[in-house]
Write a protein that binds this ligand. Sequence first.
Ligand SMILES: [Zn+2]
Length: 341
Amino acid sequence: MVGRRARGTRLSVSKILGPILVWDNHGCMPLRPEDSTFLPLLYSVRDAGISIVTLNLAYGRQGAASAAAMAASFTAWIADRADSFMLVGSAEDVRLAHCSGRLGICFDLEGMEALDGRLANIERFYRLGVRWMLAAYNQPGIAGGGCLSEDDDKLTPFGRDAIAEMNRLGMVCCATHCGYRTAREMIDVSAHPVIFSHSNPRAVWDHPRNIPDDLMMACARRGGVIGINGFGPFLGQNDASIETYIAHVEYALDLVGDDHVGIALDYVFDRTELDELIRTDPDAFPPAHYAEGAKMIEPWRLPAIAERLHDRGHSPQTLAKLFGGNHLRIAEQVWGKPVGR
Ligand SMILES: [Zn+2]
């Protein structure tokens, strides 16, 4: 059913999305390495005109073994379907996926607990295809403070060393889910631009997962990109309407300019798993800030969002940067490019 809808959508808006590189910088497949039930939905993502998706391997307290198992599972599934999908590890790979009509896939890690306390694991995960990693997932952790904690913790010495190692490897540092002070310090100490991979402006909707103007501006000043999230509770009162998503996009464009805003829907493909996590893991998902039944912007609604932005007068150049050009610029600038502090 999803596939049928996606193909219809693609036809009607191909005039806008057709030539544009579209990159959704954060998607959440179920983290069950033996279960590939949901992976065929990636065909619908591709059919909606999306060229690249960054898939999550682990979040919060999940460790290295489970993250590596997910990387192996996704990689094997992709390799078996090489006519439709490819793992992307460089900006050249991204262009190749886009030109060849395949969906390019790379990975991310939501939190440094996945390193099991070992900096050497950063290079291991880089080799497995991880291209961005954030420091702390909602709560304080080994690397720094989380955005849902009362304590505004600093970046820890381990966090600083991890950022230096990411700079050396050319893995992108991400400050989404981090506390204010940790995010601010990441932006200051990283030699490469730091992104907020999937964070919305708090000025539009006051949720602790959303970020204040000064963090957005600091990120942009250092060359970073803020990916606008399609998760209903971060957009508004569990509001996943296209109008509200566009309100967040336009606020960000006004504040930091069209070189610094991107797309990162945070779409959770298995809604049942999401509701179960919200029910059973109040530490990562405090009931005050999360509720079951979250609405989300599905990736196959991106063409309609592009069409609406186009109708509202945004130029083709702005749309190209917003939908994927800015993420590509970061990949060109950072992936595999070593810098020292
Ligand atoms: Zn997240």
